[in-house]
Design a protein around this ligand. Sequence first.
Ligand code: MN
Ligand code: MN
Ligand code: MN
Length: 287
Amino acid sequence: MNVDLHCHSTASDGALAPALVVARAHEQGVRMLALTDHDTLDGLAEARNAAERLDMRLISGIELSCTWGGATIHVLGYGFDESAPALLSSIAQLRDGRWLRAEEISRRLALKGMPGALEGARAIQQALGDSGNAPARPHFADFLVRAGYVKDRAEAFRKWLGSGKLGDVKQHWPTLEQAVGTLRTAGAWVSLAHPWQYDFTRGKRRKLIGDYIAAGGHAIEVVNGLQPAEQVGGLAILAREFGLLASAGSDFHAPGSWSELGVYRPLPEDLPPLWCRFDHAQPHAAV
Ligand code: MN
Ligand code: MN
Ligand code: MN
């Protein structure tokens, strides 16, 4: 695919520095790329420089965490004003929250006889690329492996870091309404990330999409990497029914993992792609 609107660099939890993500995307044939690191704009300047050298189009992007109905939801923003005060202050709050969360994970692991986790996870994170963000759970997982507490990442998540385990520290995310509002204030085009990944019933997913539209959302991510074709079909039905634009992307994090830059299932042809609107002014928020 020559468009990829969802990927991560070392500015959040990806394994490659922003310039390397851009170069790899270019090798994969991508000509329009949005770097969508979690809750940060830190990778965008480096990515933009790299994209200019390759004559590629880089769209400013971000994947914001928020809550809705007791679950953590991800919302993607594109083409926004990177100096918008509302966006910058929201990101600063999220960054502080992530540091508090990392400290809490480390404290809990120390109480279980695994000291030094924050420093260890931070060293692993910094070896991948400089970041002002707190280390995330994958970095803690790698620390636990290297320190010999678990045999691999999967065991680290199963025993200590996964959902409901000691390392699953809840953070005070903004609400879905606030996150979409912040992005809209910054002039972003907004897409609801991977709506099938949340463990919701069919009715709850529809309610989520209704609330998301009421908050000002423009699109849903109909295709996320190589997610099963029937999920793409289910999301396409929702996009049609709710009259939403469609976005698509690989959600690339690291080479050799489940996703690759520019690789995802095709978007059903009748759906209006979000990226065709990037050059146009936004409509008013749907109500
Ligand atoms: Mn991630
Ligand atoms: Mn996500
Ligand atoms: Mn993502």
